[in-house]
Design a protein. Structure first.
Length: 96
């Protein structure tokens, strides 16, 4: 995106068959991850936030109006922090 990256993190969700009732997606509490990413974010015009706008949405970096914004955090740092949050023993699970 010229001056940074756009991010949208989704839960993996695959179905090879048509179903009448889809299984629930187990959502993790990513509050600590969002706090860490917001602390290191250089773009003050946006914010890392939870995203439940779609069935598999988890996190996005949102700019003005809640649309995808341009983050200054490099992909390796996002991946490292996300991996740490997902393997953390403290990662709570919330079912919606």
């Amino acid at each position: 995106m010229g001056r940074g990256w756009t991010y949208r993190i989704d839960y993996p969700y695959y179905s090879w068959a048509e179903t009448f009732v889809r299984p629930r997606i187990i959502r993790r509490d990513l509050t600590a991850l969002l706090r860490q990413l917001n602390e290191i974010e250089g773009n003050t015009g946006g914010q890392w936030k939870s995203d439940t706008s779609e069935m598999t949405s988890a996190v996005k970096f949102a700019g003005a109006g809640g649309v995808l914004g341009v983050s200054t955090v490099v992909p390796d740092v996002v991946a490292r922090n996300l991996r740490a949050a997902l393997v953390s023993e403290d990662a709570a699970v919330a079912v919606i």
